[in-house]
Write a protein that binds this ligand. Structure first.
Ligand SMILES: [Zn+2]
Length: 115
């Protein structure tokens, strides 16, 4: 989308409202407060969302929670996949280590308290 000779991207929209949105998976504009993906192609859609009563209420609630230290970060798809990958890698490494040391796999149960 070209406007005023400048290319508008999802990052442009995020920058127009600093602190309200984050860009997820390089193309989704996610409202931090509402936990909601906004259509960002039209500036008015984003502006209306930021001014909307739901957003304002959630914004206030979020800031209250943040002050009380209750904020839980939601994982993106990318970070979920990379966590799953690193878990898989750990398991494969563990199996390899046990096999190399000639330790039966069922012994892994006695390692569970260490995880
Ligand atoms: Zn919102």
């Amino acid at each position: 989308m070209v406007k005023h000779g400048k290319k508008v991207t999802v990052y442009t929209r995020a920058a127009e409202h600093p602190g309200h949105f984050k860009v997820v998976d390089d193309g989704i504009l996610l409202c931090i407060y509402c936990n909601y993906a906004i259509k960002w192609e039209k500036k008015s859609t984003v502006d209306d969302h930021v001014r909307g009563p739901v957003h304002c209420a959630k914004n206030a609630a979020y800031e209250k929670k943040q002050r009380n230290g209750e904020i839980r970060q939601q994982r993106t798809i990318t970070s979920t996949i990379s966590i799953a990958d690193s878990k898989k890698e750990l398991i494969e490494d563990l199996i390899q280590a046990l096999a190399t040391a000639n330790i039966p796999l069922e012994k892994v149960n006695s390692l569970i308290p260490f995880f």
